[in-house]
Design a protein around this ligand. Structure first.
Ligand SMILES: [Zn+2]
Length: 85
């Protein structure tokens, strides 16, 4: 599994659990935050640095980066017709 596969898999698991895709901006933001964290967990599990800098063996998680990636993905989701009331 690649870290990016982990990200998308996390969305798939969550959507399946809830039986829906995100239904608000806050919901989507949480969804993305979880998915980026999952990306980092894959890299942590494999003992390597994340391609996107989310996790590094030396410094652990970069939560500021997780937050800014989550913000960016939420913007894209909303701009592409996602449910963002
Ligand atoms: Zn995502």
């Amino acid at each position: 599994m690649t870290a990016l596969t982990g990200h998308e898999a996390q969305h798939g698991v969550r959507n399946a659990e809830l039986g829906r895709t995100p239904n608000s901006r806050v919901d989507e933001r949480q969804n993305e935050h979880d998915a980026y964290y999952m990306q980092g967990l894959v890299d942590e599990g494999l003992g390597r640095n994340s391609t996107y800098g989310i996790y590094s063996v030396k410094n652990g998680y970069n939560w500021n980066l997780v937050d800014s990636y989550a913000d960016e993905s939420t913007k894209i989701w909303c701009a592409n017709g996602g449910n963002c009331k």
